[in-house]
Design a protein around this ligand. Structure first.
Ligand code: CA
Ligand code: CA
Length: 224
């Protein structure tokens, strides 16, 4: 009887400690990477398995639940308005339809609603300008945002239409849970293609979970 009580107490302590590790210590450090793969049209796309991808090729917002605001879906380039993102791995511009924000208003933004939640987002972003920014929303709240200046390597963000540094696939991992993405540009233009979103287990969470489970196994062995 006493043994059962002590065992139950021990299990409770372990579960509380594990929960604290998982939910208490956890912080959102967004990880930005630039890896990608080529899709069948030779356009950079997400390397994340199972991600929902919107390629805009059928002139719609595809798998997004809704899209609204100041945007256009175009192909090719129009001087002073938009230029096709350059795909470094294919050494050629994106020849498919892609998204350009703003259009027709010079200072505008567009909202893309997922219809679900995610913690990963990727997009082919090119050319990256310092006046481009991306915001992730949960309901009406902005949970994370980045300017073009903050994500380029090196931080040129000068809109160069062929440079790898300003035409790249950008992956945002470990985002706070979001259900919409807002693309903002105070001038022409924020061009993008192959938007991708998914819920990806966070490496930090996985290691903490593994640590917690290991603790459970060890403690269980000791009490047996
Ligand atoms: Ca496309
Ligand atoms: Ca641009």
């Amino acid at each position: 009887m006493e043994m059962n009580f002590r065992l139950a107490l021990l299990w409770t302590k372990v579960l509380v400690a594990t929960a604290a590790l998982l939910f208490g210590v956890h912080t959102h450090a967004v990880v930005i990477t630039y890896d990608s793969v080529l899709d069948s049209d030779n356009v950079s796309t997400s390397a994340v398995a199972g991600a929902t991808v919107v390629d805009f090729n059928d002139n719609t917002c595809g798998a997004y639940a809704a899209c609204s605001g100041d945007f256009t879906i175009v192909s090719g380039s129009s001087r002073g308005l938009y230029a096709a993102p350059f795909v470094t791995a294919a050494n050629s511009p994106d020849t498919t339809n892609y998204l350009s924000v703003p259009n027709p208003i010079r200072n505008g933004s567009a909202l893309f609603e997922l219809g679900t939640t995610a913690n990963y987002f990727g997009l082919l972003w090119g050319s990256i300008d310092r006046y481009n920014s991306i915001a992730f929303l949960s309901g009406a709240s902005v949970v994370a945002s980045f300017t073009g200046q903050s994500i380029t390597r090196p931080s040129a963000a000068n809109g160069n239409q062929t440079a790898p540094s300003t035409n790249t696939y950008v992956n945002f991992f470990d985002l706070p849970s979001f259900d919409a993405v807002r693309l903002i540009s105070t001038n022409f233009a924020f061009e993008s293609d192959n938007h991708a979103f998914a819920t990806v287990p966070e490496p930090g969470t996985l290691s903490l979970l593994a640590f917690g489970l290991l603790g459970l196994v060890l403690i269980r062995r000791r009490v047996q």
